[in-house]
Design a protein around this ligand. Structure first.
Ligand code: ATP
Ligand SMILES: Nc1nc2c(ncn2[C@@H]2O[C@H](COP(=O)(O)O)[C@@H](O)[C@H]2O)c(=O)[nH]1
Length: 219
């Protein structure tokens, strides 16, 4: 995996891969949009999927909507960084845009499930920061899936029945955020990203920066 560096306050830094996972409806998409709007230097990874487009979704913005044959060809050509079957559909992360963004010094945000997170971690452990979003209660989760008003009752039933299994992977994540209030959850996720950007080992330009400071002190 190609990881580029870039300056934050003049100091070179390794880009990071910021992953949000949760049971369906807990709020990943909502929090991802807020992060992209409010955090400079962060780019969304747009997944490819064989799932049908929901009302309001835009091809190329929310997902690249592809048929099963195209998805299979992408897997065989090794164009996906990770991929998984979720709720009977295939989902995967196109490799090239992620590598290009990291090389250009951007951080990349992923809204992917636990299977994809495991695969990213195997490929780039040191550069992956993972956050699992929990709903405050099962009733809230169901209410949110209904209030989104984009899936049939049958799809919602299936997603609720998978929620417990999805949640069983919570302990594989670096951070856990309970999404009671969306603004509070956003503030927590934002704090995680800000702190992770400041990790010493990610600030590859620190040696030079500190030497420069020392030079100024001696001069
Ligand atoms: N804290 C919150 N309180 C109330 N409603 C919320 C909260 N966070 C998100 N929602 C709403 O819940 C619904 C589901 O949220 P969202 O689509 O972000 O979930 P998701 O985790 O991305 O789901 P999926 O995995 O199915 O894509 C949306 O209608 C969203 O506006
Ligand atoms: N492993 C991957 N999981 C992905 C990817 N893109 C989305 N997802 C996850 O799928 C479910 C369902 O999403 P929905 O949009 O149909 O509600 C959700 O958990 C997503 O996080 C991906 O590229 N890889």
């Amino acid at each position: 995996m190609t990881i580029g560096g870039h300056g934050t306050d003049g100091v070179e830094r390794r880009g990071l891969m910021f992953v949000l996972s949760s049971p369906s409806g807990a709020g990943k998409t909502t929090l991802s949009r807020m992060l992209i709007d409010r955090m400079p230097g962060l780019r969304m990874s747009v997944s490819a999927t064989t799932r049908a487009m929901r009302p309001g979704e835009v091809d190329g913005r929310d997902y690249s909507f592809v048929d099963k044959a195209t998805f299979g060809a992408m897997v065989r050509a090794d164009q996906l960084l990770e991929w998984a079957t979720v709720f009977d559909n295939s989902y995967g992360t196109p490799r090239a845009p992620v590598e290009a963004a990291l090389s250009a010094g951007q951080d990349v945000l992923f809204d992917i499930d636990w299977q994809g997170t495991q695969q990213l971690r195997e490929k780039a452990r040191a550069d992956v920061v993972s956050v699992f979003i929990l709903p405050p209660s099962a009733a809230d989760l169901e209410k949110r899936l209904h209030s989104r008003a984009q899936d049939s009752d049958e799809v919602i039933r299936k997603r609720m029945s998978r929620a417990s299994h999805e949640m069983s992977h919570w302990a594989e994540y670096d951070y856990i955020v309970i999404n009671h209030d969306v603004d509070e959850a956003f503030a927590e996720v934002q704090s995680i990203l800000k702190a992770e950007r400041l990790k010493r080992e990610r600030q590859t330009g620190l040696v030079g920066f500190v030497r420069g400071l020392q030079g100024q002190l001696q001069g």
